[in-house]
Ligand binder design. Structure first.
Ligand code: MG
Length: 307
């Protein structure tokens, strides 16, 4: 059940992808038993990985020192995406409570955002922290559309936006032209912000792409051209490596895009992938949340340090 799994491997679409993987490295299934795996986040100091099992209302923890998996938090308020801030604290998106939270070093939970101008958020989905301490998150309505991953409810805002929380706590809409904003990540120098739109889930012919914005000095975004269209399913969550490649979820595994938008290769996974992150002491191991299971593979690239 665990270990190297049939149906996994590398698919080079462009020759340059061959330099990104290690020929004899194999995709391993580290654990299985989730209903929908999402939101992996690596904690360097503790050498462990957390990820969400959204329908089961729990956050799981995989220990790099012995491979053990345990429940980190249950109930998790149907937590979805996570990241770590510059102080190494967990920042989480919660569907059930429709908020973004930070878990402090003493274990207490601080609410960073749950309203926009008096109206409840929909169901925050994915989150990143910039080096200036600002917290950027997407707020599609997936967590309030049914009772499976939260509580069914009407959207109070009646739209799905991307928000920035300033270090002062002020919340600003940074993108309002998305149908279902989902994963997001900065370029290594933070000059660019990539945001996925998975609007095709509920809109015929809707977006299934990643757009690329320029990040302005005042925290606003400009640009926003389509960077890549998904060729198999939808882009949900993604991360960048230090050379600016995008490693993104898709139906048949992880798709890797060059910074110029070319699909250069894939890591094939036998389950639908929702999100990924780089981890391990050298950030050269890609952790992959694939529906029921947590997978990992060592690569010949390194992730952008999350802290
Ligand atoms: Mg997502």
């Amino acid at each position: 059940m665990y270990g190297v799994i049939e149906g996994t491997g590398f698919e080079a679409i462009e020759p340059e992808f061959e330099a990104c993987f290690i020929g004899h490295a194999r995709v391993e299934r580290l654990w299985s038993g989730a209903r929908w795996s999402e939101g992996p986040v690596w904690f360097a100091a503790g050498r462990y990985l957390l990820w969400s099992d959204i329908p089961n209302n729990r956050i799981l923890r995989w220990d790099d020192t012995d491979g053990a998996v345990s429940v980190f938090r249950q109930p998790s308020n149907n937590a979805n995406g996570h990241t770590v801030d510059r102080q190494g604290r967990l920042v989480s998106c919660e569907h059930l409570t429709r908020r973004v939270t930070r878990t402090e070093h003493d274990g207490s939970v601080t609410v960073l955002a749950d309203h926009w101008r008096g109206k409840r958020l929909n169901s925050p989905n994915d989150v990143v922290v910039k080096s200036d301490g600002s917290v950027w998150f997407t707020d599609p309505s997936y967590g309030i559309m049914m009772d499976y991953e939260g509580d069914r409810a009407k959207s109070e805002i009646d739209a799905c936006h991307v928000y920035r929380i300033d270090p002062t706590g002020d919340i600003t809409i940074v993108a309002d032209e998305y149908l279902k904003p989902n994963g997001l990540a900065f370029s290594p120098d933070e000059s660019l912000l990539y945001i996925a739109d998975t609007g095709a889930t509920h809109h015929a012919g809707g977006p299934k792409h990643i757009r690329r914005h320029r990040v302005n000095a005042d925290g606003s975004l400009s640009g926003g051209d389509v960077f890549a269209e998904c060729t198999n399913g939808l882009f949900d969550g993604f991360r960048l490596d230090r050379d600016g490649r995008i490693w993104t979820s898709a139906t048949d595994g992880v798709h890797c895009y060059a910074p110029d938008g070319r699909l250069i290769g894939k890591v094939l996974i036998p389950e639908m992938v929702a999100n990924v992150c780089f981890g391990g002491p050298k950030l050269n191991r890609l952790f992959i949340c694939g529906t029921t299971s947590l997978y990992a593979v060592f690569l010949n690239v390194n992730g952008v340090s999350p802290v």
